[in-house]
Design a protein around this ligand. Structure first.
Ligand SMILES: *[C@@H]1O[C@H](CO)[C@@H](O)[C@H](O)[C@H]1NC(C)=O
Ligand SMILES: *[C@@H]1O[C@H](CO)[C@@H](O)[C@H](O)[C@H]1NC(C)=O
Ligand SMILES: *[C@@H]1O[C@H](CO)[C@@H](O)[C@H](O)[C@H]1NC(C)=O
Length: 317
């Protein structure tokens, strides 16, 4: 964790590209952190430009985002069979965006397709691809939404861990791969790969307010921090396997710098000493309504609706 913090501080502002699955309650992480009144971490730009979804005219000074709200690690055709919530933007699709993005960078640098830089774009150079720090944070949706919709049981969720980690591992390998590309009318060329990736693990799923609300109760087993042990086991299994895969990838790609970001440890540290982080109720949603965990399925943060006969408006958070 220390190593991770140092890396992030070393880069202020970070020059990398976010390639991840934004996890927490379908909201991009940094705005979620802001909602809770915490300091945005690492000097990261608040809303990184979406390289693909928002075209190419954005400001890439701070970073680029290939993440998609609710995007699962596993391909959508697998994941959607378990869930009600759907999105087409799995890691597989985000990977295609990344590869496509490189081609776009090449295009704007091409003296043939863009002579004298006629089409002006504030894009990084193709060479910057290998000089950027990337972060991959994926898998949360695969676990969260299946459980949230009670499509599969906790035991069944534990069994999907190897598939979820495999999808992440394959994704990382594709980022590290030197891909051959043949531009129309040009000889084949090698596209630069990512060389520095921060891979983040799963937070303790059993501490998430929505999970505590849906899976808690007199029969549930809680750990010392009041989190659900059975759900934390899913995160732990994921993290153990992901850690092994990162070690294997380090051996296989000795020239790449692969960091393991221990989100679970940071989260646990907050539960251990909430005051140190100015957190008053670590198991309660900072924006929500009702119950022991300030969470209700009917009105999420950012929505309005009726809870226990009362109108609630959470859209201003
Ligand atoms: C991007 O690449 C250009 C040209 O190689 C270089 O001058 C610049 O410093 C790089 N910027 C970043 C953010 O790596
Ligand atoms: C906690 O809040 C106090 C008072 O607002 C502030 O001085 C301090 O920097 C905060 N600490 C953290 C870790 O955010
Ligand atoms: C909720 O509050 C916001 C801000 O005051 C307002 O714009 C919005 O119309 C409200 N929503 C409803 C359904 O009343």
């Amino acid at each position: 964790m220390q190593e991770w913090r140092q890396i992030m501080h070393k880069r202020d502002p970070p020059l990398g590209i976010v390639l991840a699955n934004i996890a927490l309650l379908q909201l991009p992480l940094v705005p979620a952190v802001e909602r809770c009144g915490l300091v945005p971490p690492f000097g990261v730009r608040r809303r990184p430009t979406y390289a693909v979804l928002r075209g190419t005219a954005g400001d890439f000074t701070y970073s680029t985002n290939f993440a998609a709200s609710g995007g699962p690690a596993r391909p959508v055709k697998v994941w959607n069979s378990d869930d009600k919530f759907t999105t087409p933007f799995s890691l597989e699709v985000q990977q295609q965006w990344f590869q496509r993005y490189k081609i776009r960078l090449w295009f704007y640098e091409s003296p043939v397709y863009n002579p004298n830089g006629r089409l002006v774009q504030s894009l990084p150079k193709l060479a910057n691809i290998s000089a950027s720090l990337y972060t991959v944070w994926a898998g949360y949706q695969d676990y969260f939404f299946s459980l949230y919709d009670k499509k599969i049981t906790v035991g069944q969720t534990l069994k999907i861990v190897p598939d979820v980690v495999k999808a992440i591992e394959e994704h990382i390998e594709k980022m590290l791969a030197v891909v051959e590309y043949t531009p129309p009318g040009f000889p084949s060329m090698l596209m630069p790969p990512a060389k520095e990736i921060l891979i983040q693990n799963q937070l303790p799923l059993g501490c998430v307010p929505a999970m505590l609300t849906l899976y808690g109760g007199s029969k549930a087993k809680y750990d010392e921090y009041g989190c659900l042990s059975s759900l934390n086991k899913i995160s732990e299994a994921h993290n153990t396997l992901l850690g092994l895969k990162v070690e294997e990838l380090r051996k296989k790609y000795p020239d790449a710098k692969l960091y393991y970001g221990d989100v679970y440890a940071v989260y646990t540290d907050i539960l251990k000493e909430p005051a140190k982080y100015n957190v008053t109720a670590p198991l309660k949603a900072c924006c929500g309504v009702g119950g022991d965990y300030n969470f209700n399925k009917d009105v999420w943060c950012g929505q309005s609706g009726t809870v226990e006969g009362k109108f609630v408006n959470l859209s201003t958070f």
